[in-house]
Design a protein around this ligand. Structure first.
Ligand code: ADP
Ligand code: MG
Length: 252
């Protein structure tokens, strides 16, 4: 079997005395999508933030494409920073809130990482950013500012901004939860296309239809542990655990 793109082993995360992740083991095969579902407060966002090293794990390990996502605490600060930036550029993340720079155009937002992190020349960055905005259906909106865009359009800019960095894995944290209902589909459509193209993705979502259609496997989390992980046709039709059953009864 090939090396998974993401391998999470024995992951624990505490905030003070509150242990939020209590031993997570999870692998994501290359080119597949995993959906993470579970009640509010179960640790889904913290899990994604640990994968991206926005929150350093308390214990356990995370590997991306065989490479550990961990800092060497003995290394000089500048070296740690450089390592962190390099690790983060391998992991794209899209949040519920779009976090675009309000004073930059759509293409300005998408170019930012190429210019600053990759130190790419402006014409090259502009060419790549334009192609990516076209890819998410926003060719006509390149020069629009975030305030002039709908929530769905802003979220697609945020996705394009992550994708231009060519991440090995994309993390989506309730990427459609803040959107008006009529704008959800345009974002899910882009995510479906990315999955079909073979991007590796971990998707925290309330969209059970998306999970059912797109995910190779569905992870149900509760109180900081993975209660159950199974193929969508199994977990939605015949969940093995009471807690999964209770949760699904509420959301399906
Ligand atoms: P979910 O995304 O499943 O709703 P979260 O990962 O956001 O869950 O939160 C899990 C638990 O961790 C919650 O009890 C939350 O209050 C706590 N938590 C999350 N982030 C922090 C933080 N930065 N400081 C302290 N507690 C946090
Ligand atoms: Mg969350």
């Amino acid at each position: 079997m090939s090396e998974p793109m993401v391998r999470i082993t024995g992951l624990r995360k505490s905030f003070g005395s509150n242990e939020v992740l209590r031993g997570i083991d999870l692998s994501v095969e290359k080119g597949t999508t995993i959906a993470v579902i579970g009640p509010s407060g179960s640790g889904k966002s913290t899990l994604l933030r640990c994968v991206n090293h926005l929150d350093p794990p308390t214990a356990g390990s995370i590997e991306i494409d065989g490479e550990p996502m961990s800092l060497r605490p003995d290394a000089p600060y500048r070296r740690q920073e450089a390592q962190l930036n390099r690790m983060r550029s391998q992991v794209g993340m899209v949040f519920q809130r779009f976090n675009l720079f309000p004073h930059r155009s759509a293409i300005g937002n998408v170019m930012e990482g190429l210019l600053v992190v990759r130190r790419m020349a402006e014409p090259e960055a502009r060419r790549i950013a334009a192609a990516m905005l076209d890819r998410v259906g926003l060719a006509a909106k390149m020069d629009a500012y975030p305030a002039q865009l709908s929530g769905g359009q802003q979220q697609r800019v945020a996705i394009a901004r992550s994708l231009v960095m060519e991440p090995k894995v994309m993390l989506f944290d309730e990427a459609t939860s803040a959107l008006d209902p009529e704008l959800v589909d345009e974002v899910l459509t882009v995510m479906r296309e990315l999955a079909a193209e073979g991007l590796t993705m971990i998707v925290v979502t309330h969209e059970m239809g998306f999970a059912r259609d797109v995910a190779r496997s569905v992870v149900f989390m509760d109180q900081g542990v993975i209660v159950e992980q199974a193929a969508p046709q199994d977990i939605f039709v015949a969940p093995q655990h009471d807690r999964t059953r209770q949760f699904l009864r509420k959301v399906l």
